[in-house]
Design a protein around this ligand. Structure first.
Ligand code: GDP
Ligand code: MG
Length: 440
């Protein structure tokens, strides 16, 4: 897919808005990519609609061709939906913090309990695991083994009592955690192969008994489109405050992440990517977005194109500076760019001794910038190109047109000439911009 896209990317420099044709063509490719990543169809539809809306208003970028630009928007949107920055675990004001795990059988809850315990321990916590899966014969032992590996205590019902009551175990575990001063309690629960009422009720009863600070819905990334129905069932049956994606070491593209996030609105907190306890990390939205899109190389290309463009811009501006050809239009552009520490910031940073100038430009506040912008916009293109022609009567006209005093116009024009001279001198002195340039 990305080969096809890469082939379709030719460099065009145009102005204006992205065209519908550009957007539609790329949206089709994105749609295929999302479906291939196993994102649920309904989610794909809403997502594409949102992207089209956003892309429609976008100005055509000079650095990227339309397809690249749409992909960039898609990537940004995906990262945003998947969480922007990772949310941290909610910790209780009065310990212990209770984290309950819920999800289908085989999702990776018990393994996650061990991973979380080890991770929490590394952060300086004293976690305790609680075995509330009393359905499967080996579930308790499995949790104990995992707990031992992580080097933490596991609270489990006494053996030989037959099938115990998980709600009772949960309740006693919290009391024990308080007593033994464990500040985080991780409650492992039972799962079924499919969603069922009894399972949900049990999980809800455990939830009521332990009053968790977090309920983490654990979901196997390989589940693909089914993630939607499963997530909805757990949302309605137990409720959850966060999501953990497991088995990301497999070849699943991770569409489940987008589906669950879109459908439930709950953040994805962690990612599991292997059977070992170390195979675990906080969730990284940017990595997941790139995995879902499956366009890693295209995204790299976009980044490179943007960097190359910035570089070209900077070189052009440097050339103008050193030859004293700076126009008022450039002047305005660069003053505006200082706000974002854009090209002029980079440029000045490259010139030794230019710090003073940078400070001067940085002092220009927003209101002042607005005024300067108004004055320059009040000039004709010819005046902006060649400010020397701005004589007295022109200054009066500009002042009236932009609602400022003649003095303010004078200030601006004088300041411009000063800046131009200073920049040309600096550029010449430091041999920047090729050939030294002639300063006026
Ligand atoms: P539970 O039924 O939800 O408690 O799931 P388990 O923790 O018992 O995990 C089910 C199976 O999946 C076990 O064989 C685990 O070793 C395996 N597993 C869990 N998490 C991962 C993961 O992130 N990657 C891989 N490859 N296997 C995992
Ligand atoms: Mg289990």
């Amino acid at each position: 897919l990305s080969d096809r896209l890469t082939a379709a990317l030719q460099t065009l420099t145009r102005k204006g808005k992205l065209s519908d044709a550009d957007i539609d063509a790329t949206a089709r490719e994105i749609r295929i990519a999302l479906l291939e990543a196993d994102v649920a169809l309904g989610v794909v539809k809403t997502f594409i609609a949102r992207i089209k809306e956003r892309a429609k208003g976008a100005e055509v970028s000079q650095a990227l061709n339309p397809a690249q630009q749409v992909i960039k928007i898609v990537n940004e949107e995906l990262v945003g939906i998947l969480g922007g920055e990772t949310r941290r675990l909610n910790l209780a004001k009065t310990p212990p913090t209770v984290i309950m795990l819920a999800g289908l059988q085989g999702a990776g809850k018990t393994t996650l309990a061990g991973k979380l315990a080890m991770w929490l321990k590394k952060q300086g916590h004293a976690p305790m695991l609680v075995a509330c899966d009393l359905q499967r014969p080996n579930a308790v032992t499995q949790l104990q083994v995992v707990g031992e590996r992580a080097g933490v205590v596991t609270f489990a019902p006494e053996p030989g009592n037959g099938v115990g009551d998980p709600v009772d175990v949960a309740r006693r575990a919290i009391a024990e955690a308080k007593h033994a001063q464990h500040d985080v309690v991780v409650v492992d629960t039972a799962g079924r192969l499919g969603v069922d009422e009894e399972l949900m009720k049990q999980a809800a009863d455990i939830r009521d008994a332990v009053d968790p600070d977090e309920v983490l819905f654990v979901v196997d990334a390989m589940i693909g489109q089914d993630a939607v129905t499963t997530a909805e069932a757990f949302r309605d049956g137990v409720g959850f405050t966060g999501v953990v994606l497991t088995k990301l070491d497999g070849d699943a593209r991770g569409g489940a992440a987008l589906s669950v996030r879109e459908v439930t609105g709950q953040p994805i907190l962690f990612a599991s990517n292997g059977e070992k306890l170390e195979d675990f990390d906080t969730f990284h939205p940017d990595r997941m977005a790139s995995r879902i899109l499956g366009m890693g190389d295209v995204l790299t290309l976009i980044e490179q194109a943007e960097q190359a463009f910035d570089q070209k811009q900077a070189e052009k501006a440097a050339e103008k500076l050193s030859s004293g050809q700076l126009t008022l239009e450039d002047f305005l552009e660069q003053m505006l760019a200082v706000r974002k520490m854009g090209p002029i910031g980079n440029l000045l940073g490259m010139l030794p001794g230019a710090g003073q100038m940078k400070d001067q430009l940085a002092q220009v506040d927003d209101k002042h910038l607005d005024k300067l912008q108004a004055i320059i916009r009040g000039m004709t293109p010819a005046e902006r190109e060649d400010p020397k022609m701005i004589n007295g009567s022109r200054r009066l006209r500009i002042a009236n047109g932009s609602g400022v005093t003649v003095r303010e116009v004078n200030d601006l024009v004088n300041r411009f000439f000063e800046a131009r001279k200073m920049m040309a001198q600096m550029a010449g002195r430091f041999g920047f911009g090729g050939g030294g340039g002639s300063s006026k």
